[in-house]
Design a protein around this ligand. Sequence first.
Ligand code: ADP
Ligand code: MG
Length: 691
Amino acid sequence: MEHIPDIFGIDVFTEDQMKQRLSADVYNKWRSCIQSGTPLELSTANEIAEAMKNWAVEKGATHYTHWFQPMTGITAGKHEAFIEPTENGKVILSFSGKSLVSGEPDASSFPNGGLRATFEARGYTAWDPTAYAFVRDGSLYIPTCFFSYNGAALDKKTPLLRSIREVSREAVRILRLFGDDKTQKVIPCVGAEQEYFLLPKTMYAQREDLRLTGRTLFGAVPPKGQELDDHYYGSIRNRVSQFMQDLDDKLWRLGILSKTKHNEAAPCQHELAPIYTDVNSACDDNQLMMQIMKKVAAKHDLVCLLHEKPFYGVNGSGKHNNWSLATDTGRNLFSPGNTPSQNAQFLVFLAAFISGIDKYQELLRASVAGAGNDHRLGACEAPPAIISIFLGDELDAIVKSIIEGTDYTEAKKSVLRIGVDILPEIPRDTTDRNRTSPLAFTGNKFEFRMVGASQSIAEPNIILNTIMAEELWIFADELEQAADFDAALQNLVYKAFKNHHRILFNGNGYSDTWAKEAKIRGLSNLATTADALSAYLKKENIHLVTKRNIFTKEEFHARYEIYMDSYRKTISIEAKTAVDMALHQILPAALAYTKSLCETASVKAAFNAKASAEISLIQTLSETTDNLYTKCVALQDNLASIPEDLEESVRYCQNIIVSQMGSIRADADLLEKLTAKSYWPYPTYSDLLFY
Ligand code: ADP
Ligand code: MG
């Protein structure tokens, strides 16, 4: 392998490249555009475009594409060649500032939730100069925002950028109050750990459910699962290891800080964690990473599954979204400091986070809602659907002492007064890791573990940033006007902890007792997508996102419609696939086997030989195939009568279709157990997971 530092970021048009290839004047204009958000003049854009094109062509690019993140949760872009005809019938390669800065893809085939009238199919893309362009597969990729004719966001990047701006501004206001006059920007930082499964392509190809829905709709649980804990951190098999090396190479070239790789808990499950970076890049990188994982897997005759629950009975896949706030001077605002003022400032950010999460817990839950994640949240392997925060014993004790006004340390005999007395140094990593918490404080960041493996991390980060911006705004307003800063601070933090400590929970999030206790505490437990998405309709949430200028009312509602629609479509595809497999693969296999049993039994009868095994099997098989067939017919009928109305249809899918699929699966899985292996039409769980 080549020297890693030499290849790292080699396919990215980095700041270094710009410095080398742009005139000082243009480079400085680009810098100030990034710093202050001022728009670029066309002449500046022209020079950047020319330099970008020359660099890309040197790297073998023939095309450019405005790369955007529509509401499908994945990325899109059309590829345009750099060619321009000349008078002598030849072509030159050209790329103008206008083509760099904006594009006009047809928006009619992307989900828009009613934001784009059908007669106005045009969508627009606008260059995001805060993210680097890169070259991949012969195209120059330009990260862009995607919006409609009248400026409504049709993507995930636009609101993310808005939320970054909001939280930065409000955080800087707080920092000023603590005497920091250097920080110009506060940047949300994210490290997203990605879980995935790898399967042999040949086996995947034989399963219609995996191909069409990304998960197994059928499959009897094999004799062995993950109970021996023999996969987690285990030695990585050769083929997978080669895949991982190849993947790292591709990611490093694109400047993605792929750092940690290991086997996960379930058989065939793995994880990749990059080093954290600013949230905008982290989102772009995660999208790229998911795509590259799939491509590289194919090269190694593997298939990468990013579905939240590919297999029943073993762990599903999530994405741990590690989130923190850092100043542009490099300070982490969730790092408890050593001096009183640092500590007080830390407590302000902590208090804002706690009160915001408590107030908008439903919105955060909604940000990770989806058909795939419904299998994970609440299934005793991933965090429950209830949002709570794990602080660890040390911080918990500090919060308690502030609420109760009692001594933090008995020995010191001093009441904790923020900003006045010294908060004892908070030892790091004293707390046990709590794997059952959806939102855990891990020393200097919060790890949000509810995100599904296939989901874009944009949505949850938009919400985290927005919630934080809102609370910091409230805090800053109050503190800026205070006559006695220390007293106001003490009161503010006290009030936040006192009013919102119900969201703090250090215990076992998987236990039934927690669900009961959470209910008594008044915390929401939105177990399904339909329940969770109703957060988009609540007045307080609409008020929050519109007031903070993250979404217009229309944009926010459009998201609700898109996610609801996506849920019902997903369920209906799954149900149709289930019926198809049941009628055309499972039933024929079970019937063929039944027939052979019948033949054996009748031959045996001629010899007066005992055939009780055959007869018993025939009876159970017949009963189960009958049941399966009847249920498939019923499901087909029900699929034909899904209500038109969006909300009704989602409820109908959730309450009727999903449970019918479960019932069909129970019969199918029983048939799999009864039928001879040679008759079974596709690879079983043990074939797939223990190849
Ligand atoms: P784990 O045990 O959960 O794997 P790690 O310490 O390996 O924990 O970190 C997991 C992720 O958190 C990595 O992507 C890492 O870069 C990221 N991370 C570390 N510090 C921060 C931070 N201050 N802000 C955001 N993410 C961070
Ligand atoms: Mg983690």
